[in-house]
Write a new protein. Structure first.
Length: 256
């Protein structure tokens, strides 16, 4: 077990990559604060995840609060302190990617994407880091960035800058927080089949094209990202900070 009795917060954990990460952390002995949007439709999923984590013999609580709200990080930290005695690991995962063309991008979509994916990440990471500093025992912060931090997408001009932004946030936080023993790293998933891209990938031609670009011959599953997150959260990565871990089946390096 790599995270025995650690207290882990994961945002956007009711489904997809966040849920897979929460379950993998629990399998490795962690107790988990499940951050979710607070929408009524997400609540049953968060409750089901609590039950699944309990079945693994670990504890979990859910906090429903929008990722883009600057106060959400403090709510998540409070839940971790009240229920599990502190914060050892913070995973910033919540994100949206409403595919849209650039020239007619509605301002609202741009602003909501930046607020959810980047502004919210900043304040939540800050809240977690302040708690870790107060505890005085270090910690690990992981941002779920993307291969899209490194490459572009015509329908993702509002989204890719947020993924580059959280990658950059981890790099600067690694510098700012190293003195407190707090490690900050980014995971960069490739194309993982989740709700975020279900519509986009329902186009079989697009789906098959993305598979054809992937040397490992398949798109990713949420579970493919859980292990790398646990690794970066654990003492196995005790000298890893400011790093970016691409988890993309080889898509990025596949030029020809
Ligand atoms: N699926 C993919 O191909 C890739 C996904 N990512 C990133 O992984 C992260 C997770 O996405 P997926 O699991 O793929 O998609 P998903 O749509 O299944 O999960 C996104 C999660 O974020 C939550 N969320 C969305 N808006 C929120 C808000 N305002 N407040 C709180 N929570 C909110 C959702 O409720 C959900 O739990 C995102 O940051 C995404 O950008 C990165 C690279 C590739
Ligand atoms: C939502 C997209 O399918 C997904 O998001 C990312 O960050 C990846 O690069 C994929 O494009």
């Amino acid at each position: 077990m790599l995270l025995k009795d650690k207290s882990v917060i994961i945002t956007g954990a009711s489904r997809g990559i966040g849920k897979a990460a929460a379950l993998e952390c629990a399998r490795h002995g962690a107790n988990v604060v499940i951050g979710y949007s607070g929408r009524e439709s997400s609540k049953p999923k968060a409750e089901k995840l609590i039950a699944e984590i309990n079945e693994l013999g670990r504890r979990a609580v859910a906090v429903g609060a929008p990722a883009g709200d600057p106060e959400t990080g403090e709510l998540l930290v409070k839940a971790a302190v009240d229920n599990f005695g502190g914060v050892d690991v913070f995973v910033n995962n919540a994100g949206i990617c409403p595919f849209h063309s650039f020239l007619d991008m509605p301002k609202e979509i741009y602003l909501e994407t930046v607020n959810t994916n980047l502004n919210g990440a900043f304040f939540a990471v800050q809240a977690a880091a302040n708690q870790m500093k107060k505890q005085g025992r270090g910690g690990a912060i992981i941002a779920v960035s993307s291969i899209s931090a490194l490459v572009g997408g015509a329908m993702q001009t509002h989204y890719t800058p947020t993924k580059a932004g959280v990658l950059s946030l981890m790099q600067s936080c690694a510098v700012a927080l190293g003195q407190y023993g707090i490690r900050c790293n980014a995971v960069l998933p490739g194309t993982i089949e989740t709700d975020i891209n279900a519509d986009d990938l329902s186009d079989k031609e697009k789906h098959d094209y993305m598979v054809s670009r992937t040397p490992l011959g398949r798109l990713g599953k949420p579970e493919d990202i859980g292990g790398p997150i646990v690794f970066l959260a654990s003492d196995m990565a005790s000298y890893v900070t400011g790093a970016s871990l691409l988890v993309d089946g080889g898509m990025f390096v596949n030029l020809q």
